[in-house]
Ligand binder design. Structure first.
Ligand SMILES: Nc1nc2c(ncn2[C@@H]2O[C@H](COP(=O)(O)OP(=O)(O)OP(=O)(O)O)[C@@H](O)[C@H]2O)c(=O)[nH]1
Ligand SMILES: [Mg+2]
Ligand SMILES: [Zn+2]
Length: 308
């Protein structure tokens, strides 16, 4: 029997060894459930792959090759192992809301991951229909990221405010909705793409004990075509340790600290007790946000101890 020819496809989602893909450049844009041959590169949502369709059942296939990735968003698990989140991203949409209260350090960590992977990033304040978004702590948080040249936009999945801006921001790119649980990532996806029909957390659930904490509604990373671009919904997370080979590279996610460090007298300055330290000077002058500094130190500590 002749082998069936391989066709190109994009990975929509994957659960264990079952991978759902959509054919690229095929007349029918068919969806095919594929299995991965063991010992092959572990596929991840967003991967471009070559598949062989089952001649008997065209909705079934086998992944024969994972094509080279232009980016790979990864995190380090508590156990220390590296987990891939999605491949071939261009843009990280870091979603926050006044409720649940933002974990600012998580935003910093996403920005580090984005910089290291050469992705663009934006901070999106969703639920802007809620009064709480006007609170000074929320506004000053957004102001901080604006000052670091991170695009910031406000949306409401509920009223539709800002959705046109969000759609324009994605444009022809591949963007992932990331952030804490309960901020409205899946709600934004559904608002942009009603046919996505993603499950969203119930209001009663979210007002329960453990609000936005133990409760995660979305459980898999899933990709959807959005106009000429692509949007990926992902499960909410509480913690993120970006995968960084050299802890010294962490600084790319903290451009204000990096800029100040250029004024240190010593090249290997630890910005601690050293004389003529540019970072200490900038912190004293109030040019480095104290929370950002703590966030940087904590992440650095984590990366260093995680390796010993
Ligand atoms: N008021 C208001 N509520 C919203 C908005 N967007 C989402 N919500 C509500 O917030 C809750 C959580 O929404 P989800 O879309 O499930 O949140 P998620 O970020 O996908 O959560 P996970 O899948 O657990 O990561 C739901 O009760 C939504 O109805 C919004 O713009 N305004
Ligand atoms: Mg969700
Ligand atoms: Zn220094």
């Amino acid at each position: 029997m002749p082998e069936s020819p391989t066709v190109a496809a994009i990975v929509l989602s994957h659960l264990r060894r079952e991978v759902d893909v959509a054919l690229i450049d095929a007349d029918d844009a068919a969806r095919v459930r594929c299995f991965q041959r063991s010992r092959a590169t572990e596929v991840v949502t967003g991967d471009r792959v070559l598949i062989e369709r089952d001649p008997e059942r065209p909705d079934r296939g086998v992944i024969v090759e994972v094509l080279p990735r232009r980016s790979l968003l990864q995190r380090r698990n508590r156990s220390g192992s590296v987990q891939a989140i999605c491949a071939n991203l261009d843009l990280l949409l870091i979603i926050v809301a006044a409720d649940p209260e933002p974990h600012a350090d998580l935003i910093d960590r996403y920005l580090v991951a984005a910089r290291l992977d050469d992705l663009d990033a934006a901070v999106i304040l969703n639920k802007c229909d809620l009064e709480g978004h006007r609170a000074p702590r929320i506004q000053s948080l957004l102001e901080l990221y604006r000052s670091l040249d991170v695009p910031v936009c406000a949306t409401s999945a509920e009223t539709g405010a800002g959705l046109a801006d969000l759609r324009a921001l994605v444009g022809q790119r591949t963007a992932a909705l990331v952030g804490q649980s309960g901020v409205g990532k899946s709600s934004l996806l559904n608002a942009l793409l009603p046919e996505a029909g993603a499950e969203i957390g119930s209001l009663t659930g979210k007002t329960h004990r453990g609000h936005g904490r133990g409760r995660h509604t979305t459980s898999t990373v899933r990709l959807y075509p959005l106009g000429d671009g692509v949007i990926i919904d992902s499960p909410g997370i509480r913690e993120l340790t970006p995968e960084i080979e050299d802890p010294a590279d962490l600084i790319v996610g903290f451009p204000e600290i990096d800029a100040a460090a250029r004024h240190c007298r010593f090249r290997n300055c630890r910005h601690d007790q050293e004389p003529d330290c540019g970072v200490t000077a900038a912190r004293t002058a109030g040019d480095i946000d104290p929370r950002r500094w703590r966030s940087y130190l904590m992440l650095k500590q984590e990366l260093v101890t995680g390796r010993t």
